[in-house]
Design a protein around this ligand. Structure first.
Ligand code: GLC
Length: 453
């Protein structure tokens, strides 16, 4: 009798689970491609956002993976928690700098792999409010961004190198050589408890801070001694996220790439895509995340910083392939942006001030527009304007091929001064020969605005 009851209960439970799973998928799939495009419109129009990696790793100042790279234990890492006191933290300054650089949204690490929480979570003691600093960093950050009209985003690390139930895996600071060593170390660790913790924290982040526009989960690494969507409970988590914040935009690192509605954009990290990324023959939304130098967290002695022209080119090129750029700053342990980042943000902002029309609301140019050598094209399909970015400034002449029948007017973007042109001869009569001033205008990358018929 008892056995029968048990079997019945198990069957019922199984049925309930299956029913639940299919409602999850059904809910995630409910959106049409048009609805998705609409939901993401502010983001695709924005094109340029700021990533901020900040945590205890700002103190050692030698990469946000320092705990892992140097295989530190929680005890060895504890000194950074005890000394965390960013007395100059002023998110209003951060927001101002992001805005002046021309960025429209910001994504801050609410928790990175080290497990330290910048927010006042009920589910851990390992948080900013328990350090000498004593304040909820996320609260002030959210308020400051909103005051500047910037969209608010959170990065949340799926990986956690501090939580006692998070099982040791191949990217953990305490990673092992043999299977038996993993078994021994993980004997008392229970991923289901960590899964609940992770879900609870994401619920807090998406409940306690008003409207959140982006959530950036990081990252899955399936396979032997790895972690995938089952470890995170990704489907279930995603369903909660969409329920709490219906408008939110989500990256693609939950290991739900094959699932309809399992992600919103691709996130190529630290490389330039060759062309607009596609999936099943369709172009997809994408955002490349990039550092100014090689590290995400503040790295005092890292000297491979990209130059302003390189960074501008990265932004322009991303837009020319239909994508966004999320450019990262690693604040110091005092709470201010690395001065090298401040310098570049300022120069990018200077360019953006006069040229942002070639970035915002722009995308890949139609295939029949041919980019002259050393130029990158972007295109605004609403205003029907084509932007020609001159990576190396020509000496007076530039030819736009096969454009004669399409063009109404041409000007420099930065000062709206007319560019005169004439048609070519004979077979080239549909080409336009532009007459540019020989001297390069005082703009890092000069842009021509071509107003089409
Ligand atoms: C990687 C790194 C991480 C960084 C992230 C940003 O996944 O693990 O440190 O936060 O990239 O995309």
């Amino acid at each position: 009798m008892k056995n029968k009851l048990n079997i019945r209960m198990i069957a019922l439970l199984l049925l309930a689970t299956i029913a639940f799973q299919s409602t999850v998928s059904a809910q995630l799939k409910a959106e049409t491609p048009e609805q998705k495009t609409k939901r993401m419109a502010w983001w695709t129009d924005a094109r340029f956002g700021m990533f901020i990696h900040w945590g205890l790793y700002a103190l050692p100042a030698r990469h946000e993976w320092v705990k892992n790279n140097e295989r530190m234990t929680n005890e060895q890492y504890q000194k950074y928690f005890e000394e965390f006191n960013p007395d100059l933290y002023n998110p209003k300054e951060w927001a101002r700098m992001a805005k002046e650089a021309g960025m429209k949204y910001v994504v801050l690490t609410a928790k990175h792999h080290e497990g330290f929480c910048l927010f006042d979570s009920k589910f851990t003691d390992y948080k900013a409010t328990n350090t000498p600093f004593g304040k909820d960093i996320i609260r002030e950050y959210v308020d400051a961004l909103r005051a500047e009209g910037l969209k608010v985003g959170f990065y949340y690390s799926l990986i956690d190198w501090h939580h006692p139930d998070y099982t040791i895996d191949r990217v953990h600071p305490q990673r092992q050589e043999t299977d038996s060593a993993y078994v021994r170390l993980n004997k008392n660790r229970d991923m289901s408890k960590y899964r609940a913790y992770l879900k609870n924290q994401v619920r807090e982040l998406l409940t306690n801070y008003g409207e959140i526009s982006v959530i950036w989960f990081d990252f899955s690494f399936p396979g032997k001694n790895g972690k995938d969507h089952n470890d995170w409970g990704s489907e279930d988590l995603l369903k909660m996220v969409r329920t709490l914040q219906p408008g939110i935009i989500i990256d693609d690192r939950l290991d739900l790439k094959e699932m309809d509605g399992g992600w919103d954009f691709e996130s190529p990290e630290q490389y330039k895509v060759e062309k607009w990324p596609e999936r099943n023959g369709k172009k997809v939304a994408w955002e490349t995340c990039q550092t100014f130098s090689g590290s995400w967290g503040y790295y005092r002695d890292e000297n491979t910083w990209k130059s302003t022209p390189q960074l501008l080119e990265l932004l322009i090129e991303s837009v020319s392939k239909g994508g966004n750029l999320l450019l990262n700053v690693g604040p110091t342990a005092r709470g201010v942006f690395d001065f090298r980042a401040q310098d570049r943000l300022k120069s990018m902002g200077e360019w953006m001030k006069y040229n942002n029309r070639s970035i915002y609301n722009c995308t890949e140019a139609p295939a029949d527009f041919v980019a002259p050598a050393n130029t990158i094209l972007t295109y605004n399909e609403h205003t029907k304007r084509l932007y020609v970015h001159l990576l190396s400034y020509p000496m007076g002449n530039l030819t736009l091929k096969n454009m004669g029948d399409k063009v109404k007017y041409i000007q420099f973007l930065h000062d709206a001064s007319e560019i005169k042109y004439r048609a070519g001869n004979g077979a080239e009569r549909n080409n336009l020969q532009l007459q540019l001033p020989v001297q390069k205008p005082p703009v890092e990358i000069v842009v021509l605005e071509v107003i089409l018929k």
